[in-house]
Design a protein around this ligand. Structure first.
Ligand SMILES: [Zn+2]
Length: 453
């Protein structure tokens, strides 16, 4: 196993090979006087972030997560490990930290507890001194589990019953913003379409098949939802042996088909290769296959089924790690909970293209109060302004170099992999020394617009 070192700052130096080890020239990040003045005011803090090596992640060479983590933490990369997620925030399962004067490190969470004012009054009051959002980068090589995230009430109950599986009491609405072409399964398709698949028919009970056949175009969602639910439960609660047989028949049927396979069939074939004999292969027929282009986003409310399939994205969510899984996974499954919690809404999900708030910044505003994301692409030699907001922000640089300025005279050098916490009510300007791509996440603007109850 070889270790690969990059180093932060001066990313434009490409890594070079040394005895088979890839090295980027080491150059210390120097703290100038201005840095420490700002530190006293606690306006901007550089964050050191955690990485997650889940099995569905990408090998370091192709992984944005690996690259950013390496630049962010000056850590070495392992050639044989998959790099799946970079976490930026306060969640206990992957807390970001701050380097104080000297070598001392504190977690962002404990630093926020000591410096609550950086959150702003309204956020401090609402979220008890914690950061309400968790910001991530995902590098997906292989499908993630079919999952849904509980609403607040269910999250509380699940955490109480199974604290080891459901790690916190919070809900987890989320949004994925594509950096590359990004594929996902999300929400239910129309039921009648699903029952044209012979292997689905094989698993759904005759009684439910009859109910589906009786559905007419005039029937409203409320009539169809219970039938969809019963049908989905038939699939998800089927015995392992029966599922193996059906998935095998599906595989050989698709293999023998003389016609061009549909997009969904091609997807199902890929999933079967990744997760042979998994019920999720059949469940995929029930869900919309969504393809995002770079800079398109998908948001997921509580209790909506989804699975990320392939690509790289920026993700933001409420600070939580509660996932109920039921297919395409080797992790803990809880099909019963999943089936009972889902909304069973049908139809294609809304895709967000973002709203331009100036020539360089696109804003993505999901219908959740915890977060929003700004994507900023700045050509070389330009400057962009981020007006002060009433809550905390996290900035992440994924491409290029530049300088971030607050209202004090000198700024912070920023480059790929840099993650910066910015306190409430701070005007930020960013100037680029090369083409720069960065993201800002903060509390949803709408949260500050709603009058206090
Ligand atoms: Zn999810």
């Amino acid at each position: 196993m070889k270790a690969i070192f990059f180093n932060r700052i001066h990313v434009h130096h490409r890594p070079y090979l040394y005895h088979g080890i890839i090295i980027l020239k080491v150059q210390n990040h120097h703290h100038n006087k201005n840095d420490s003045d700002e530190k006293k005011k606690k306006v901007v803090q550089r964050l050191h972030c955690c990485v997650k090596k889940y099995e569905w992640g990408r090998a370091w060479r192709d992984s944005l997560v690996a690259k950013l983590f390496c630049m962010n933490s000056e850590s070495q990369l392992e050639e044989d490990e998959p790099y799946a997620e970079l976490w930026m925030g306060t969640h206990v399962s992957g807390p970001s930290s701050i380097a104080l004067e000297g070598c001392e490190r504190v977690t962002l969470k404990s630093w926020l507890l000591q410096n609550p004012n950086v959150l702003g009054e309204k956020v401090l009051e609402k979220w008890d001194g914690d950061l309400p959002f968790l910001f991530k980068v995902l590098s997906v090589d292989k499908a993630l589990s079919i999952q849904a995230h509980p609403d607040k009430e269910l999250a509380k109950n699940l955490h109480k019953l199974h604290p080891n599986i459901y790690k916190d009491e919070n809900h987890k609405p989320e949004m994925a913003l594509a950096v590359t072409q990004f594929e996902a399964l999300c929400g239910f398709v129309t039921l009648k379409v699903v029952l044209t698949v012979p292997e689905v028919l094989e698993l759904v009970g005759a009684e439910n098949v009859n109910l589906v056949l009786q559905i007419t175009d005039e029937d409203g969602e409320e009539k169809v939802k219970p039938i969809l639910k019963a049908t989905f439960i038939d699939i998800m609660s089927e015995s392992k042996e029966r599922v193996i047989g059906v998935v095998n028949r599906l595989r050989s049927r698709l293999h023998k088909e003389m016609r061009q396979l549909t997009v969904k069939e091609q997807l199902v074939k890929r999933l079967e290769k990744q997760y042979p004999s998994d019920v999720g292969v059949i469940a995929a027929f029930f869900l919309n296959h969504v393809k995002l282009s770079p800079s398109e986003a998908l948001f997921l409310g509580p209790n909506e089924p989804h699975a990320y399939i392939y690509g790289e994205c920026i993700e933001c969510m409420a600070t939580s790690d509660n996932v109920v899984r039921a297919g395409l996974t080797s992790k803990h499954r809880d099909a019963q909970t999943l089936c009972s919690m889902l909304t069973y809404k049908q139809g294609f999900p809304e895709i967000l293209g973002g709203v331009a708030i100036n020539p360089y910044v696109n804003r993505y505003i999901p219908p959740f109060e915890e977060f929003e994301i700004d994507s900023c692409v700045l050509p070389q030699g330009e400057t962009v302004l981020f007006p002060a907001v009433l809550g905390p922000s996290i900035f992440l640089v994924i491409v290029g170099e530049g300088v971030m300025n607050t209202e004090s005279p000198k700024g912070y050098q920023i480059t790929e992999g840099d993650v910066l916490f910015v306190a409430t009510n701070t005007k930020i300007s960013v100037s680029s020394t090369s083409q720069l791509h960065l993201f800002r996440t903060g509390v949803n603007t709408r949260f500050f617009q709603t009058p206090r109850a």
